[in-house]
Design a protein around this ligand. Structure first.
Ligand SMILES: [Zn+2]
Length: 268
């Protein structure tokens, strides 16, 4: 059972370190995984707004089958210091505890309990806004024996939080950029499509022209055939060779005649 709890708590711890909450920080004190200290930032637009609230979170050995216990360690005007907070008058009733709830959801829940008034609940306090505000102001100097001064804990937490908040901003910017890019791409695609359509039309026109030319040629064809009928040799080259052939034969005849004349004149 304990082994299961250790596994679960380790998972929650790494998840908490991976996704740092802007409302709280929490981690085990020393080497005991079942004993945690946490620091909450008071919810805004309440008398706790300026305050930091330090507390202890004790996990049962059969966690998450049973809920964790909470107690506050510094004055806050809402919960008694050093006494277990009774959650039965809040939205988290221990008898309705569900193992799916986590340290994160419990601490986020605890932050939201601050402005709620829980009449008569064990550990609950009634105090004027002035008292709560003055506790809030002095809370930054509260020093936990194990964790140190709350002001320092929180400024470290803000340092860890800063790059994450920056990243979030960048992500948002990135997404806007992507949207812009997408818009640009859509425009480009539109233009390309229009050009494609134009190109297709052009091609169609060229094809149409070619077809018309072809038809014209076919129409003209009978005349050409008529012409070629009386012309045995169609090409200019063939014509040239034929002419040359005739010339060579004429030359042959002249040379032979000349040789014959010379032969006879010498002999007789
Ligand atoms: Zn502490």
């Amino acid at each position: 059972m304990e082994h299961f709890a250790v596994k679960r708590i380790t998972q929650e711890l790494s998840e908490l370190q991976k996704h740092i909450s802007p409302n709280f920080c929490a981690e085990p004190v020393g080497t005991d995984l079942f004993d945690w200290h946490f620091t909450l930032k008071g919810p805004s637009q309440t008398p706790y707004e300026e305050g930091l609230y330090h507390g202890r979170l004790i996990l049962p050995l059969n966690y998450p089958l049973k809920p964790p216990k909470f107690l506050m360690l510094n004055n806050n005007g809402r919960f008694e210091v050093g006494r277990e907070i009774c959650m039965s008058n809040t939205s988290y009733h221990p008898d309705e505890w569900q193992p799916a709830w986590t340290i994160r959801t419990m601490l986020e829940g605890l932050v939201s309990f601050f402005p709620e008034e829980s009449e008569g609940a064990i550990g609950a306090l009634r105090a004027s806004d002035e008292v709560r505000k003055s506790f809030a102001k002095s809370s930054w100097n509260f020093k936990c024996d194990q964790c140190g001064r709350l002001g320092e804990i929180w400024s470290r937490h803000k340092e860890w939080l800063a790059p994450i908040e920056e990243e979030k901003k960048e992500e948002n910017k990135g997404e806007e950029g992507k949207l812009e890019e997408n818009k640009g791409n859509e425009e480009k695609v539109k233009i390309l499509k229009e050009e494609e359509v134009k190109e297709e039309k052009k091609e169609e026109k060229v094809e149409e022209n070619a077809r018309v030319e072809e038809e014209k040629k076919e129409e003209a064809a009978p005349d050409m055939k008529e012409k070629y009928k009386n012309m045995p040799d169609k090409s200019e080259v063939a014509k040239f060779y034929r002419n040359m052939n005739i010339q060579i034969r004429v030359l042959d005849f002249l040379i032979l005649s000349l040789l014959g004349y010379i032969y006879y004149s010498v002999k007789f």
